[in-house]
Design a protein around this ligand. Structure first.
Ligand SMILES: [Zn+2]
Length: 227
């Protein structure tokens, strides 16, 4: 898919998204220094980490991890913002590859397949891509874990959740996911769910719930950042 990368380069200047320094690799989004300074969690190495703990007592998630911790006002906000709102697909592949490096040689590398958290088709049409899928593609390239799309689909937009309590939030968002076209049997499979940002965990919890409702599988979670 080299031609896609080349095409993207026409639209996105190859300067570091954080400091603006000229980049040497056309597949990078950050310069070496900014990549080095990314506040990586290294959570993939241990199951009992703060991201896994978010799901304790909620859904049967075996383990969770995030590439880096997001701090308010962080210069790395630009990465996530560009990916989600400014059509920067390269940022997605790039972050996915960085995430993949963290997952490699950890318990996560034993997963049988990975799925991106789906977005609703109207949003997909509007945005042109699902940012979680781009991340998953990058991570899949590095780890070799196959990417399966549309195993879980997003049926509708969930309502604004600001005035809801935790149970109401869960019910609201759970209703937004369902199983896609009748898939193969994923019994006993280890399924890794990929998303861009983890905050309350409600979206990932609901997505896990949809899987666990239908398959006796094992759910793992990996996101680019957590707040
Ligand atoms: Zn930089």
């Amino acid at each position: 898919m080299q031609w896609i990368t080349d095409l993207l380069l026409l639209f996105f200047p190859s300067n570091c998204l954080v400091c603006g320094k000229r980049l040497h690799s056309h597949r990078a989004v950050l310069c070496f220094e900014c990549e080095y300074k990314l506040p990586k969690t290294r959570f993939a190495d241990r199951i009992d980490n703060p991201v896994s703990m978010i799901f304790w007592g909620r859904e049967a998630v075996v383990a969770g991890t995030s590439l880096f911790k997001f701090e308010k006002g962080s210069v790395y906000q630009a990465l996530l913002h560009d990916l989600k709102y400014r059509g920067n697909r390269m940022a997605g592949f790039y972050l996915g590859r960085l995430l993949g490096q963290e997952l490699k040689q950890s318990v996560f590398s034993d997963c049988d397949l990975m799925i991106p958290v789906p977005i609703h088709r109207n949003r997909l049409k509007k945005r042109g891509y699902n940012q979680s899928e781009l991340i998953a593609r990058g991570a899949s390239e590095i780890t070799g874990i196959p990417l399966v799309n549309n195993l879980v689909i997003r049926k509708g937009k969930s309502k604004s959740q600001t005035s809801m309590n935790r149970q109401e939030r869960f019910d609201n968002i759970s209703a937004a996911f369902s199983l896609g076209k009748r898939p193969r049997n994923f019994k006993d499979k280890k399924i890794l769910i990929i998303d861009d940002v983890l905050t309350t965990g409600a979206t990932l919890e609901a997505c896990s719930h949809t899987l666990l409702e239908h398959f006796k599988c094992f759910v793992y979670i990996a996101t680019v950042s957590y707040a």
